[in-house]
Design a protein around this ligand. Structure first.
Ligand code: KG4
Ligand code: ZN
Length: 351
């Protein structure tokens, strides 16, 4: 189809909000035909974090080969694409611009509609990919946990309602900072997760910030500081910080807060489902705990497979298809919005 009147059967998604260059081809049934992620981990690792200037330069080099690879892997031609969806924000401005310009150019040259997608919403829509159910379950409480976000959203009647979020560091940011503290490198979440999972001893008692605050906000910077303090005294036989115990104790505290508050939110709003997404939703303990505790409370659970939790373009295609169905195409004069977020005043927003 061409223009905004007809049926969409193939969506091209493009994601360049941070340090991964992603392109994906997704069918209207939300089946993923190809999902290519060009990781820049090797570029940023030696700097201990993402360097924005290096990220945008690498996106510029990667974007065309990554799109070509996705189209080839899907076994389609560019001319078969009916809709181009790209991350509009939030993210690094220089990185976002590379994907945005590529997406607009493609949509223009193919004569097909274009949509700019909120990256936070895209993480949630990852939950429908390859699942056989193209809609998010409703009414649901959604926990979005990534390197930039820790948010609880109530999803009902096709709309999102903000319940709470972090007041300082995002959960993934706390993981990355604890990893740096323990000398585990970048990105830190998977390394802390692995080390914590390998530890089998007693845990340190670390604080669970805001766990009983009665609202649905989070705070992780105090927990990171508590780990730094504990690392001063919790040493192994060689006099080094006891990294496995520190990692496991941090993980236990962080996951405890995330799960307790999410379940409390579900109870408060009368949700019937729990959706969890974002990079930290790949965490083994977090997945294990929600898988155990959601059914006990009669909650349906919807969590994407690990490879759709971290940044990827298939989730952008899914969110773009949803947005196109709700609002139609965006104008090619639309710009990126590095600080795009979700409405926090309790009013509903499209999701
Ligand atoms: O969603 P994502 O790929 O990018 C953002 O939108 O931020 O999330 C990346 C974050 C990083 O902070 C990374 O350390 C964390 O997700 N992460 C994890 C795990 N895998 C990735 N955190 C804890 N456990 C994991 N297994
Ligand atoms: Zn993300």
């Amino acid at each position: 189809m061409r223009g905004s009147g007809g049926e969409v059967s193939l969506i091209l998604g493009i994601e360049t909000s941070c340090d991964d260059t992603g392109a994906a081809v997704v069918g209207a049934d939300m089946g993923v035909r190809a999902n290519v992620v060009g990781s820049q981990e090797i570029v940023h690792r030696r700097h201990g974090g993402v360097v924005p200037e290096l990220a945008s330069r690498r996106h510029s080099e990667n974007i065309i080969p990554v799109i070509d690879a996705a189209v080839e892997e899907a076994g389609v031609r560019l001319a078969d694409i009916d809709l181009v969806a790209v991350t509009r924000g939030p993210g690094l401005v220089g990185s976002l611009l590379v994907g945005f310009v590529a997406a607009k150019g493609l949509a223009w040259s193919l004569g097909c509609p274009f949509v700019g997608v909120n990256h936070v919403a895209a993480h949630l829509w990852a939950a429908v990919l390859d699942s056989g159910h193209p809609q998010l379950p409703s009414p649901a409480v959604c926990l979005i946990v990534s390197g930039g976000h820790t948010e609880l959203i109530h999803y009902r009647d096709g709309r999102g309602f903000y319940l709470g979020g972090t007041r300082d560091d995002a959960a993934g940011e706390a993981y990355d900072k604890v990893a740096r503290l323990l000398g585990l490198g970048f990105p830190g979440g998977p390394a802390v997760d692995r080390l914590a999972a390998s530890y089998r001893g007693p845990l340190l008692e670390l604080p669970r910030p805001m766990m009983d605050s009665g609202d649905f906000d989070f705070s992780f910077s105090g927990l990171k500081t508590a780990v730094a303090l504990a690392a001063e005294s919790d040493r192994d036989a060689a006099g080094e910080p006891n990294a496995p115990r520190l990692a496991a104790s941090f993980q236990a505290a962080a996951v405890d807060v995330l799960v307790t508050k999410t379940l409390a939110a579900a109870e408060r709003v009368g949700a019937e489902h729990l959706v969890m997404a974002g990079g930290v939703a790949a965490n083994s303990l977090l997945r294990e705990r929600v898988e155990r505790e959601a059914p006990r409370r009669g909650l349906g659970l919807c969590v994407p497979p690990i490879h759709y939790c971290t940044d990827n373009a298939a989730m952008v295609a899914a969110a773009g298809y949803r947005r196109f169905g709700l609002l139609g195409a965006d104008s090619l004069s639309m710009d990126v919005d590095p600080s795009l977020g979700v409405r926090r005043d309790g009013g509903g927003f499209d999701l």
